[in-house]
Design a protein around this ligand. Structure first.
Ligand code: AMP
Length: 395
């Protein structure tokens, strides 16, 4: 696996695919700069080597050229974060871009306009990829968030740099973190899967059964498992058409010696509302008219014990409807347990969609080993898929 450390960038122009797809408010100010901050180490290493950086990214989902999706809106924020002047060119291919790239001096940074202003980007067009490739000497992919897409700038472009392509620090760290769970993790390995639906996690569950010793299934997903085993789940969310699959998963887990932990009790609410009346009930005896919205105290205690004896922990998905304050306790308790286990030496990886939001919202970001920057890319990695953006660098 080639990384930045395998190259000296002195007098080289690094063409870096970053993920600067950051949220903007109505004044076009960046409201969460995490993705820009995450790319900083890569950019600084190249500048310190005596190279220059040409940054390419997408922003949003523009239909053709739309000024509201212009990357010029983020130039100032990027300058503030990097502490370096950032030049901007209002094209990503063609003469304008080529002149700007040719004029770039060691120590300088150039940001290209939104790649998705050209439909060829998402189509993975070869001609477009070749035009981008002309701009730099070494291709660096540091965009984990788009590594699961075979787009021009994330995958196809790598063909034009057979000997001079590598991962940036961020992408390398993402790969190493996933490998630590899926390949090299110290045992016992635990995966906590929560969230709303079994159907969206099924491939992940099937793939990780071969890698983990313990599996916690929490959140809305758990009710499909409980109903499939004959439990009463009241109005809780459930995918009836996935009940056979749930039983099959439990059977496979047993055959593979994976211990599955499902909540034993829940907070049941009489409405899907923060102000609903609540009661603690056994998860398989939820009264009609009530629905399970969070893990109960016995479950929290049991999950804590499982987390504390694990040496490698993957967390994806909340244990309850954490967006409502009244039903966030289970998710917060789990975060606290994982933070404590991490402090005691366990490796913990949080990733994929809502769990990242939960971890940030409740301040666990710095208390776990690694928080992944890619939602879909992370989920596909956990499904066992080799992401095209990663394969293109490794081959
Ligand atoms: P996912 O995107 O699959 O990780 O699902 C995250 C969503 O699951 C969050 O919006 C939670 O509110 C939701 N969720 C978790 N537990 C429950 C539950 N018991 N009932 C309904 N939704 C839930």
């Amino acid at each position: 696996m080639k990384t930045l450390n395998d190259f000296n960038f002195k007098n080289k122009k690094a063409l870096i695919r970053v993920d600067f797809n950051v949220p903007l408010n109505e004044k076009f100010e960046v409201t969460d700069a995490t993705r820009i901050v995450s790319a900083k180490p890569t950019i600084i290493k190249i500048l310190e080597d005596g190279g220059s950086c040409i940054l390419m990214s997408h922003l949003g989902r523009p239909k053709g050229v739309q000024d509201e999706f212009s990357l010029r809106h983020i130039v100032k924020e990027t300058e503030d974060i990097l502490g370096v002047k950032v030049k901007f060119v209002s094209e990503c291919i063609g003469e304008k871009a080529e002149i700007a790239a040719a004029n770039l001096q060691p120590g300088e940074v150039l940001l290209l306009e939104n790649l998705r202003f050209h439909k060829e980007e998402e189509a993975g067009d070869r001609v477009f990829s070749e035009k981008l490739a002309k701009l730099g000497d070494i291709y660096v992919n540091d965009a984990f968030g788009t590594a699961h897409r075979a787009h021009a700038s994330t995958t196809i472009i790598a063909d034009f740099f057979p000997k001079s392509k590598c991962f940036g620090y961020l992408l390398a760290q993402e790969i190493e973190s996933i490998d630590k769970v899926m390949k090299t993790g110290e045992k016992p390995v635990l995966a906590v899967l929560g969230g709303a639906k079994v159907s969206s996690k099924i491939t992940i569950i099937e793939n990780i059964l071969d890698k983990v010793d313990h599996l916690i299934i929490g959140g809305g997903m758990s009710f499909t498992f409980i109903k499939a085993q004959g439990g009463k789940i009241g109005n809780s969310i459930c995918e009836d058409d996935k009940m056979d699959l749930a039983l099959d998963i439990l059977k496979k887990a047993k055959a593979k010696n994976v211990q599955v932990h499902i909540p034993v009790d829940v907070i049941a609410a009489d409405a899907f509302s923060n102000d609903a009346n609540t009661q603690v009930v056994d998860i398989d005896k939820i009264p009609d008219g009530w629905e399970g919205v969070d893990a109960g105290p016995k479950s929290i205690k049991h999950f804590h014990d499982v987390v504390m004896k694990s040496k490698t922990i993957l967390w994806n998905g909340p244990l309850g409807v954490f967006e409502m304050e009244s039903f966030a306790k289970g998710t917060i308790a789990l975060g606290n347990s994982i933070a404590e286990a991490t402090k005691n030496g366990a490796f913990s990886l949080v990733g994929g969609g809502d769990s990242v939001a939960a971890v940030k919202q409740f301040g666990f970001e710095d208390k776990v080993s690694y928080v992944s920057t890619g939602g879909g890319a992370m989920l596909e990695s956990l499904e066992g898929i080799v992401l095209p953006g990663i394969a293109a660098i490794i081959e």
